[in-house]
Design a binder for this molecule. Structure first.
Ligand SMILES: NC(=O)c1ccc[n+]([C@@H]2O[C@H](COP(=O)([O-])OP(=O)(O)OC[C@H]3O[C@@H](n4cnc5c(N)ncnc54)[C@H](OP(=O)(O)O)[C@@H]3O)[C@@H](O)[C@H]2O)c1
Length: 154
């Protein structure tokens, strides 16, 4: 993620961010199709920010929002090939996402193992979407306009 206002992003930063977070997951899925047998599951790690705008990460939220829509449509397109798609929406997780930029973990951050466990459970139960923690599912019912805004607390 790029932590600065949108107007301060360079064109290269913006392009790279969308390339990694939005375009690559779709392109990788397409490239792997020839080796994915029926019954395979493709997991898209999206983020709760697909539903909540975090102003300190403006481009990242937009890229994840776009990935959400791409994954929803890929799910329908892959259904006919017998391939499942699981969309995953974690809240803040204690990973290098924060520490590599010298940013502390926001309050309420969860362990990566909790996300991994929820994904495995979601695959086993045939879920189409996995919110981690589960209560994050409430995000889906927020009004779309104005976009709900959340500020990390450190
Ligand atoms: N941490 C959170 O709060 C959180 C919450 C919701 C969703 N997510 C999502 O979870 C996923 C994993 O993130 P994370 O939290 O584990 O963050 P992370 O520790 O920063 O890991 C990101 C991974 O992406 C790789 N990567 C970054 N830029 C790349 C590029 N240009 N080409 C290839 N690989 C690249 C990194 O590779 P290197 O190690 O080689 O740099 C690293 O393995 C991401 O999709 C993130 O958006 C994270």
């Amino acid at each position: 993620a790029v932590r600065k206002p949108l107007l301060e992003h360079s064109r290269e930063e913006l392009e790279n961010l969308f390339r990694v977070n939005t375009l690559a997951p779709v392109e990788l899925t397409r490239m792997l199709l020839p080796v994915l047998p029926k019954g395979s599951t493709v997991v898209f790690i999206i983020s709760g920010v697909a539903f909540i705008n975090v102003p300190e990460l403006p481009s990242y939220c937009a890229a994840k929002g776009a990935l959400h829509y791409l994954a929803v449509n890929l799910e329908r397109e892959l259904e006919g090939r017998g391939i499942n798609v699981v969309r995953v929406y974690p809240k803040q997780v204690k990973t290098g996402f924060f520490t590599r930029n010298g940013v502390p973990y926001p309050k309420g951050s969860i362990e990566p193992a909790a996300v991994a466990g929820a994904i495995l459970e979601g695959i086993e139960r045939g879920r189409r979407e996995v919110f981690v923690p589960g209560y994050l599912k409430l995000l889906k019912y927020l009004p779309n306009w104005p976009v709900f805004t959340y500020r990390f607390r450190y």
